[in-house]
Design a protein around this ligand. Sequence first.
Ligand code: NAD
Length: 478
Amino acid sequence: MLHYDNFINGRFTPSTGKERITVVNPSTGDPICTVPDSTAADMEAAIDAATAAQKAWGKRPAIQRAQALRAIAAKIREQVEPLARLITEEQGKTLGLARVEVAFTADYMDYMAEWARRIEGEILESDRPGETILLFRQPIGVIGGILPWNFPFFLIARKAAPALVTGNTIVIKPSEETPHNAVKFCELMAQTDLPPGVINIVHGRGAGAGKTLCASPKIGMISFTGSVETGSAIMAAAAPNITKLNLELGGKAPAIVMGDADLAMAVQAVKSSRVINSGQVCNCAERIYVQSNVAAEFTDKLAAAMKSSVCGNPLGETEVEYGPLINQAGFNKVDALVRGAVAAGATLVTGGARHELEGGYYYQPTVLADCRQDMDIVRREIFGPVIPVVKFDDLDQAIEMANDSEYGLTSSIYTRDLNTALRACQEIHFGETYINRENFEAMQGFHAGWRKSGVGGADGKHGLYEFTQTHVVYMQRG
Ligand code: NAD
């Protein structure tokens, strides 16, 4: 088994501690490799390296910083297949989805590189004669990036690319569940001429290395993707230093299916959204509201589609639509929510138990009918191949139930009526709404959650500018 180190100041650097984390294949339970469970001293060394590197990096013209991103993207494109296999092995997504993730990561770096010549300030009209007011966008300094396990490779780019092109340096802590792909990212990065200290990757657990990063007074902004609970802990750790936060948290996406919808299309979209990455995606449909007059037909068709989903080891011999859940804790959470819903009166239409496959954390594709708004399965993030269905009579009721959530990331509506779609867009209080389709979001959009789903957002111009701070200069003519 291979044992990897952190990547600090341009070099693979052994940890100052002895604790290791074993990475496990969720499809088989087999160990893959180990990474350090880094100490506070390891994390501080990385923060110091990033702080030292930022001085020169921030002074480079943005177009040169963009070249560095493009060089890494080119290296990634040379390795799509091995990277995809490695992501599948440690995370459990299908090879097809892993290939998309790798390609999208390279495209994302190129996309952010394109912003180099478009980072714009403003010239503002003054109240005083002979005065000019200029607003500059400047780097924040050192960014702390903390990653989840569900799109581990892409999330490196979503943090590092906007950080670097705007002149920041970064220290990233990957998820302890999926650090192997980050090691490979470092190997590719080391083959480019990126200056030492610009991107540093430190492995470890949240409560150790993660907390040290969030509590450091040298960090200008924490950009975190993960659960609401961890987001809240990060806010607390960052509070003493008033560190800026950019939080991409959980979701509980409602999908509203109107009586006039193209039901075949809605079924297909919802099903794909629910089995992709085994249902472990922040923006996928997590609760379905279906109009009463089509509820029976929709639920039957959805159950048939879900039941036919092929689940299995994504590196096995048969092609599968989805693989295992990430770990035992994830499995237990999904199973407990399903059992709780049945105990509270939901009807199990299909699934509802461990898949008969041996070895991994496989869960049956599951549909629950007769769900109610007060059930945990309708209120809490499931993160598994499970769909609760709730009936409604009119759009008012559907919108009210959709909005009745502490989450506010994504939402969707299926209808052929333009007025219905427009009304939903105006009255659904979520960061994103998909009409007649499910995810994913576009890199030129702005992925930002309302309520407990986040603070700030990612992607596009607005996501880029999160990584800058403004500086206003008043110039008085003498
Ligand atoms: P998680 O919150 O358990 O862990 C995420 C990261 O935070 C890990 O690297 C972990 O080590 C670290 N961490 C844990 N405690 C910490 C602490 N006290 N201080 C600093 N770091 C700490 O999330 P997860 O299980 O890896 O990911 C799944 C969650 O992520 C889901 O809720 C999902 O909805 C969310 N997610 C959101 C988006 C989005 O764009 N909004 C995208 C992907 C995933």
